[in-house]
Design a protein around this ligand. Sequence first.
Ligand code: DGL
Length: 248
Amino acid sequence: MRAAVFDSGVGGLTVVKSLLENKLFEEIIYFGDTARVPYGVKDKNTIVRYSLEALEFFKNFDVDILIVACNSVSAYALEELRANTTIPVIGVIDSGVKALENKISSKDSNILVIGTNATISSNRYALALNNLAYKNITSIATGLFVPIVEEGIYSGEILNSTMKHYFKNLQTIDAVILGCTHFPLIENEISKYLNDAVTIHSGDAIVDFLKLEYNCINKFEETNIKFFASENPDNLKNVAKIWLKGLL
Ligand code: DGL
């Protein structure tokens, strides 16, 4: 099986990491729209337009499924993407919510959702969690984590001050949905800061979802992976070498 993976930039590599670790695909075509990142500060119309352009790019390849690694795109553009292709298109929100449901049984648990402004404004996570009867949901747009991670800052003073800024008025949190591609890189720090809250990681969640819903159970010895970017593809490849160390 061959997958296209789409993200606004380099962040989707955290999802690729989970896909590679689980050897789910024989080929992955990754496209990061690095010329126009960040998507998380843009409105729905722009995110949909950019996503449809990315879909046109993927039509040059023979792929069986489109995985939208970007939460902001998953929040706003899945319907439009699905209407314009015959292959399945899956995003990270449904799979993230499913993963939370598997890990957190009490509907009274305090759930925190963090993501970009676009993802949080869409309310997609909160609505899906409400539909499953979770009662205590707090959603916070934590966009500053994106440039911090892009700077290669995964711990320390700057990250701690930023967590303090966003999380200052929170009561005890049982689980946190990392609703942005970049956040798995600071997963341990966030969990620690929130008194060891359970974390939901989009990449791991999508792997479980693919196995369950799309019967992706093959283990391919090797995944042939090709990286494309709308700007500075060499930088994307360099980040991939670091974030996917030992997997390429
Ligand atoms: N990939 C985006 C997301 O998961 C984060 C970066 C951006 O704002 O484009 O929402």
